[in-house]
Design a binder for this molecule. Structure first.
Ligand code: ADP
Ligand code: MG
Length: 735
């Protein structure tokens, strides 16, 4: 009898045994890493080799300026791509795209084509390269594409190079509906990048006429957890939701700070080396790896790249991580908060703007002129953040990130920006010293002198505030509130769009001043002064994790949107629709569809978590608890049988207390779970997406903590041998 009841617990113990028996799986590659870089990418050097010169030129034109390739050129590029891919052993090709599920999607087709009895060729032409119609009717579309139309097209994005993974040629594409509306993250990202390019070039023209292209740059830092595969397989919650819905914090967590930057365990190093090599082959310049704060938490970061490419690379890396992890008997967790009680995972987005002339517009310059250019972009960024704080909050909102933001390990849900004491005083100075009315030559000289001092100041500006969601870090801003599982495009669409809008407004105001006969420099300075004044409340240099800041932020009138449904509301604001429409990034209909999809995604995630909680309570936790309680009861009965009722009860008082304590937690857990399941049924009746999301947040999710609290108490009371779910200490401390 016991054997059957203990089946699950036995599985856990077997899994633990698996872990103890594991050895590192080192993979050896021939040659230096530098020789492998980009080997599986159809990059411009390969194009030069494989393409006739006119096709090569059109391709470069297309990469740099987004011009369309004509049919003949597309055929030549397709054929060259295929020939190259065949040398890499590819048999299939796929349009690789980014539907609004947040991950990537692919549908493979063979190059192989029968052409007669027993005869076949490898074929790939321009039509197949440029456009495809995957049968993709089940991707979320927020009502844009009726399923009966079932038409979604993928269209080639030449600005991101094709690559070979395994035996498949992957072609980065956008995903659009029959009517041309975007159903993905890539298309609006490309549009936002175009908008910020145009707006920034116009502003750069005040300083340097040679600037004709501005690229947004993105350097992401990916955090993740590793869990042994066998343990993972005994945790239905990790398998289905990516996070542990139950589990008591281990006696030792991260309090000793001994994991952060500690030596990396050998089994993990073997895994890292393999995925890094895979990344290098795909041209992803990964350079940094280290242990993170929580046990079994790690980080990987590449050198920054142009934003669209960097984003494709992040998505690819997330995919590679998962695939390679399995080979090493690990599972990678990209969820923002897999384990309560230790830190969660984020994905810092380092962002800047850089010109075709090689200038980083957010790096202080060497003279007053370049510094004025720096200040212009710097102050405009702050103003954009100030005006659109709620949008920035919304673009990082997800069910997973709700566990992390403001939980004393990540920036709060309040958006603010940190710029360091020196730049703060430089801005304060500028605000004070630009005089009203016409400026005298002396005024200007003094101002320029002050502006010229900035690079020296910056050198010793080493204080970096890790608690700010949006921090200036010397030559870039770092958006730290992005979730680890997110597609960075979401944040990058918003950031680049609001920056484009801000720069356009700035240009308009400066031009208006110049039209009124103000000198250019004076017009810029006066406008900057105004922006500094108007955006002051978004600047915060203190501790973003403290309660004081929550109060202070409320006083300043900054929003603190604590959960996803509330943050997502902003997408239906008329001003937001106008902004995205004016910048030609998303139409009101596309925006509405996206909001709907995000509400849906939140609801689905909550639904799955709620169901799984119910399942685990019923099928894993209660059986183990009852089994243990039976043993206690038998023991008590035995003692009473020998010693008589009174003396027996005294002798068995510890066991009796334990039985009572277990019953108390068991009943609380079960009754709260029943209440939660009832609330879930009620929420499911709601049709309207926003109301339903709010109901899940306020009326269903609210019970999760109470259920878990009691379950976790039971974990500490029940015999370890009977407990079916691998414990945190096993998942976090064994490698
Ligand atoms: P950390 O935040 O861990 O202290 P760093 O500040 O050294 O690390 O750098 C973080 C990331 O910033 C790196 O991935 C780097 O490539 C990126 N980065 C550096 N310069 C830029 C830039 N101009 N634009 C975008 N990202 C950048
Ligand atoms: Mg960082």
């Amino acid at each position: 009898m016991h054997k059957i009841l203990n089946f699950m617990a036995t599985k856990r113990l077997q899994a633990y045994q698996d872990v103890l028996n594991r050895t590192p799986k080192h993979i050896e590659y021939d040659g230096k890493v530098s020789d492998l870089f980009g080997k599986n990418v159809f990059h411009t050097e390969i194009m030069r080799e494989y393409l006739p010169s006119d096709a090569y030129k059109s391709m470069i034109e297309s990469i740099q300026n987004g011009t369309r390739l004509d049919r003949k050129m597309a055929d030549q590029v397709a054929s060259a791509m295929k020939d190259w891919a065949l040398t890499k052993g590819a048999t299939h090709y796929t349009h690789w795209f980014q539907p609004l599920t947040g991950t990537t999607a692919e549908k493979h087709d063979a190059f192989f084509k029968p052409v007669g009895p027993g005869r076949a060729i490898e074929r790939f032409d321009g039509d197949l390269l440029v456009q495809q119609e995957p049968d993709a009717s089940s991707f979320p579309n927020g009502g844009i594409r009726n399923t009966f139309e079932a038409r979604g097209y993928t269209a080639w994005d030449p600005s991101s190079p094709a690559f070979v993974i395994g035996k498949t040629l992957c072609i980065p594409t956008i995903f659009i509906s029959y009517t041309g509306e975007s159903l993905d993250y890539k298309m609006p990202l490309l549009k936002a990048l175009h908008a910020v390019d145009q707006a920034a070039v116009e502003v750069c023209q005040y300083f340097d006429k040679n600037v004709d292209k501005v690229n947004a740059t993105l350097g992401w830092e990916q955090e993740y957890f590793l869990v042994d595969q066998s343990l993972f397989n005994c945790r239905p919650d990790l398998m289905m939701t990516g996070r542990a819905l139950f589990g008591h914090a281990p006696a030792k967590g991260q309090q000793l700070d001994d994991h952060y930057f500690g030596s990396i365990p050998e089994r993990v190093t073997a895994f890292m080396r393999e995925f890094e090599t895979e990344a290098i082959l795909l041209g992803i310049p990964v350079t940094t790896r280290h242990n993170e704060v929580a046990p079994n938490q790690f980080e990987c970061a590449p050198i920054f790249e142009e934003c669209n490419l960097a984003n494709d690379h992040n998505l690819l890396l997330m995919d590679i991580l998962e695939k390679v992890a399995r080979k090493h008997d690990f599972r990678v967790l990209l969820h923002e908060k897999p384990f309560a009680g230790v830190n969660g995972s984020g994905k810092h987005n380092n962002w800047s703007l850089s010109t075709n002339t090689g200038v980083n517009l957010l790096a202080p310059g060497k003279n007053p002129k370049t510094n004025l250019q720096f200040l212009t972009f710097f102050v405009n960024t702050i103003k954009a953040i100030h005006d659109n704080a709620d949008l920035l909050r919304a673009c990082i909102a997800s069910a997973g990130n709700d566990h992390r933001l403001g939980a004393n390990e990540a920036p709060p849900a309040i958006i603010s920006t940190f710029i360091g004491t020196q730049l703060s005083s430089a801005l304060d100075e500028l605000e004070k010293s630009v005089k009203a009315g016409k400026m005298t030559p002396e005024d200007k000289t003094e101002l320029k002198l002050n502006i010229g001092k900035i690079p020296q100041i910056m050198l010793d500006n080493t204080d970096r505030n890790r608690t700010s969601p949006f921090a200036f870090t010397g030559n870039k801003f770092e958006f730290r509130a992005v979730g680890s599982s997110a597609n960075c495009a979401h944040a990058m669409i918003v950031l680049n769009t609001i920056m484009a809008k801000q720069l356009k407004d700035f240009k308009k105001s400066v031009d208006a001043r110049i039209d009124k006969d103000e000198a250019k420099d004076e017009a810029i300075l006066k406008e900057l002064q105004q922006l500094i004044k108007d955006s002051k409340k978004i600047r915060f240099e203190g501790n973003g994790y403290g309660d004081e800041w929550v109060k202070e932020a409320a006083k300043r009138g900054l929003s603190n949107l604590k959960d996803t449904p509330r943050a997502l509301k902003i997408w239906s604001d008329k001003k937001v629709a106008k902004l995205f429409n004016d910048m030609n990034v998303l139409t009101p209909r596309e925006l509405e569809a996206r909001q709907e999809i995000e509400f849906e995604s939140y609801i689905l995630k909550m639904q799955i978590e709620a169901r799984l909680m119910g399942d685990l309570v019923q099928t894993h936790i209660i059986p183990a608890v009852v089994e243990y309680q039976n043993r206690l009861v038998q023991n008590i009965q035995g003692i009473i049988a020998i010693m008589g009722d009174k003396a027996g009860r005294t002798a068995a008082q510890s066991q009796l207390q334990l039985v009572e304590k277990i019953s108390m937690h068991l009943n609380k857990m079960k009754s709260t779970c029943d209440t939660m399941l009832q609330a879930r049924k009620e929420a499911n009746k709601i049709e309207h997406a926003e109301e339903k999301a709010l109901a899940y947040c306020d009326k269903v999710k609210v019970y999760f903590d109470e259920i878990r609290y009691n379950a976790d108490k039971l974990e500490l009371l029940v015999d370890d041998e009977l407990w079916p779910l691998p414990k945190f200490r096993e998942m976090l401390f064994t490698r």
